[in-house]
Design a protein. Structure first.
Lengths: 338, 256
């Protein structure tokens, strides 16, 4: 990724090169020109799920796939893991072709809405997954205890899974993904099904993993979570990669939202309002919501209101952020740039 | 590789145990006791034969029931509930996974047949009949037959829906027992097309009559070692072939 801005509406054909180049040894995951068409029904009607998606994930970073439902996030992750066979494109995980079994040895995966064997207890399930990873019996027991503690379900570890809540299953899913100390975590909507406290705990956990050098690829449509966790974001729309961005390169300017009793009038007020974005109340009369752009504009607006004795109900600060970028890329809202 | 396959196999076995599939064994025991109590007095002088015939038949039938009930849904259920995705995201190949599922169900059948055989022997000992070593050959061949049927149901379950997989497996079981008769019948019909069709079915469908030594055992005949070896090689060879096809088919599946 170039980390500098938007890549809007790329052509749907296969992308030959990744969006940025890093040293090969630094790359945890390389996805080049991934395409997948699903065929369904008697007539084998074609639906293009992803169209020529390419991106790189550097070791120790968090990359988020962002997009609405049906944008192609889960299909991309499933293609990476070999659960779905791509029609075109290449995927390599730590330099190994993703079709090789060994490429998944260092990968932990949490699917969206994870489902597990209900007849097992949490501990039995994790022991089963540890066996699949080839972890020795002594180490297995230690690791199972460790991940149970990490996700905070040790007290329920010996309950059958049919008694687990959705949030607990999500935590258990995360626990199985953490077994074997994976170097790459692929998480499909990791925060879904969790209450606010659970979301915060998972966010903190993922931030801790990132800080300890684990590479994380996650999909989400919850922008604030992504904004907190991710280093880089890939925005998908209708199977196309429409934007990539480094989050540290996002503009961090502030906008101010001012709620007024009614809009100020007069020539000097008109001058001020031209520099602002009036969200509500332009027609005059009644309460107004004004989005000012710069601190200078805000000061002038407040001055006009003070002189014309307009009520100021509130002044709120809002940062330009990923949500604005996301909405802009999706063509849903144009945010005035300061 | 063995460790991964063993993990899937043991888990599949645990699933069948916890799904209370072994309740069927109790039903088997009931059928055995009731049939020997009801049928034996009706056939004076043939009580032993009746008990053995019904017992061995029920043993195969109940084994078949478990194979079809569990096997037809085994892979599909995991796809449907998406429990398979987290498993196949680990370093295990799809063929290893499928082999593990097959071995797990085979293990269930071993356990079931062992318990049913023990019940069978207990019922025999409770009647004037005596236990003969030839019964073990019948148990063994019933197991080899069920292994083959299990491989078939695993294959069908990878290519079609559970109900259809069950129907196909039962059809295979019936035709497999009738294939020799079908071939002879086809030859008698006089039409070359029908004769060829019957011949084709004979060669395509496994000959399950090879594993049926009930008649011989009931009449006190011993089963030759040669037949046991031949039947074992035939059964395991067919099983391996079906599993190879099933593995190839499952490897192509999209697991969304």
């Amino acid at each position: 990724m170039d980390g500098s801005g938007l890549v809007t509406n790329p052509p749907p054909q296969t992308v030959e090169r990744p969006v940025s180049i890093h040293g090969e040894a630094e790359i945890a995951l390389k996805v080049l020109g991934l395409e997948k068409v699903f065929r369904s029904g008697l007539r084998r009607r074609k639906t293009a799920a992803i169209r020529g998606i390419s991106f790189l994930v550097r070791r120790g970073t968090v990359l988020a796939l962002l997009g609405h439902n049906g944008a192609g996030k889960t299909t991309t992750l499933n293609c990476i893991l070999g659960l779905v066979k791509p029609d075109a494109g290449q995927v390599s995980i730590f330099g190994y072709d993703h079709r090789q079994r060994s490429s998944r040895a260092k990968v932990g995966y949490l699917p969206e809405r994870p489902n597990f064997y209900e007849y097992l207890t949490g501990r039995e399930l994790l022991t089963f997954y540890a066996d699949l990873l080839g972890i020795s019996p002594r180490e297995r027991s230690r690791q199972v205890d460790s991940v149970l503690t990490t996700v905070g379900i040790t007290a329920r570890a010996d309950l059958r899974l049919r008694k687990y809540s959705k949030g607990m299953l999500q935590r258990l899913g995360l626990a199985q993904a953490l077994l074997g100390a994976p170097e790459l975590l692929i998480l499909d909507e990791p925060m879904s099904g969790l209450d606010p406290l659970g979301r915060r705990e998972v966010r903190d956990l993922l931030a801790g993993l990132r800080d300890s050098g684990t590479t994380v690829v996650l999909s989400s449509h919850i922008v604030p979570d992504v904004e907190i966790l991710a280093d880089e974001v890939v925005i998908l729309r209708e199977g196309l990669l429409v934007a990539t961005h480094r989050l540290d390169a996002l503009p961090r300017d502030c906008v101010y939202e001012v709620r007024l009793g009614e809009l100020p009038t007069g020539d000097d007020a008109a001058d001020v309002l031209r520099a602002c974005r009036v969200v509500r109340g332009r027609g005059g009369g009644g309460p107004a919501l004004v989005e000012s752009c710069t601190p200078v504009d805000l000061a002038r607006l407040l001055d006009v209101c003070s002189r014309t004795q307009i009520d100021i109900h509130s002044v709120q600060t809002r940062r330009h952020g990923l949500e604005d970028l996301f909405l802009e890329v999706m063509g849903e809202q144009k945010v005035p740039l300061c | 590789m063995l460790r991964r396959i063993r993990a899937v196999a043991l888990n599949t076995y645990r699933e069948t145990v916890r799904d209370r599939i072994f309740y069927l064994v109790g039903l088997f025991g009931l059928v055995l006791v009731v049939s020997s109590a009801v049928l034996a007095p009706l056939s004076v002088g043939a009580q032993e034969k009746i008990v053995i015939d019904v017992g061995l038949g029920a043993l195969t039938l109940f084994g078949l029931l478990v194979t079809v009930l569990v096997g037809s849904n085994m892979v599909h259920k995991e796809q449907d509930k998406r429990t398979v995705t987290t498993i196949l995201a680990k370093p295990i190949s799809r063929r290893e996974y499928l082999l593990g599922k097959f071995l797990g169900l085979s293990l269930t059948l071993v356990a079931m047949l062992a318990v049913m055989s023990a019940l069978f022997v207990a019922v025999i000992l409770a009647t004037p009949a005596s236990f003969g070593i030839r019964y073990l050959a019948a148990f063994y061949l019933a197991y080899i037959e069920l292994l083959l049927v299990t491989a078939a149901v695993v294959l069908f379950s990878t290519v079609t829906s559970p109900p259809l997989a069950a129907v196909l497996t039962l059809t295979l079981f019936v035709i497999g027992h009738l294939s020799e008769s079908l071939r002879s019948f086809g030859a008698l019909l006089g039409s070359p097309l029908q004769a060829r069709l019957a011949e084709l079915v004979y060669y395509l469908v496994p000959n399950l009559e090879m594993f049926n030594v009930r008649g011989a055992v009931v009449h006190g005949d011993t089963v030759s070692g040669e037949h046991l070896l031949l039947a074992t090689a035939y059964g395991l060879g067919y099983t391996a072939l079906l599993l190879i096809v099933a593995g190839a088919q499952f490897s192509r599946k999209e697991l969304r």
